[in-house]
Write a protein that binds this ligand. Sequence first.
Ligand code: UDP
Length: 388
Amino acid sequence: MRHKKEIGIAGAGFAGAVLARELAESGKYEVVVFDERRHVAGNCHTARDAETGVMVHAYGPHIFHTSREDVWSYVNKFARFRPFTNRVKAVTARGLFTLPVNLLTINQFFGKSMRPWEAREFIASLGDRSMESPRNFEEQALKFLGRELYENFFYGYTKKQWGVEPSCLPASILQRLPVRFNYDDNYYASRYQGIPEQGYTALVENLLDHPGIHVRLGERFDPAYTNEFSHVFYSGPMDGFFQYEFGKLQYRSLNFERISEKESVDDFQGNAVINYCEESVPYTRITEHKHFAPWEEHKGTVCFREFSKLAQGDDTPYYPLRLESDKDLLLRYEERAESQNRVTFIGRLGTYRYLDMHVVIGESIDLAAACLANETCAQWPRFSRSRT
Ligand code: UDP
């Protein structure tokens, strides 16, 4: 029997776990997955709170949504999903409103009762028509929403979240959020949405539960291991793989502060996510985790305030910042990665892009298919990048 090729995967998050599963499933590869943490699922990790039993999204809220039929049926093979629709509320200087900006937000914020087409015309009249193609977050907001909505819902939150003026950020960050001229307050515009009944960690454990996959937790993948494998998929930070030789790419990190003063309360805020848009409030949002699993019942509750900061030292990287200086650096690392014919960089950190779970999963499914169609590892892509 022909010897199977050994594949190394750095990181047991979605990017690595889906690839591991697909390659092992083919029967042609033996896969070793490394993760420096003691758990799988990366930043999607969920664990039950010891006191209340509430399933906590340990690295912040994760709501699964996708419009790709194949991605939805794929994740449903590894976990039972329960329907969940994310309906975010936002506290602003002028009160609490629903997000994303929808007809209720607009009517309540401006004290009107407009119909859809009236609201559309009204918002268009507030937009800055002088701007042809918005060059950044702020211009995108001013063009499509006007100054008042921008200042109340987006300016303060964005400055806290990213630590820079919104005019320094790409318009694509704001384009993540829909604006609706009806009363639909579903945060996402995806066809499918839900949360795995037993959490994301159980889902990823199921993905990795295969005789061809060997998981090594608590073990950091050292780039020096690369030559021990036929090929490596690396989902750690791309600059880290190269020992930061050109300098560090910037990331935002998060601090979570547990709210403990209301221990006797069973429902702290009545919703999973409430954003705090004012610059003067130091945190960006409060997440109450029991509301991500409305099918469960628990005494007590678990809430966290979320604070954003620049990642430094050992801080966990969460969001690639992608300022102009980062883009120059990224180009240099990408060129360096191009010359590395045994390694493919995958996922949010490996490719330094602001990707959601469903996009990462879709990319790993596509990448695995491309690799399985061509057994010459040296010809495998250097990066996971595909349709979203
Ligand atoms: N945003 C904002 N105010 C809000 C919600 C979002 O300004 O109340 C902006 C902010 O810049 C944020 C971006 O929209 O980073 C994308 O929001 P999303 O909810 O997709 O962020 P995530 O949940 O990934 O942190």
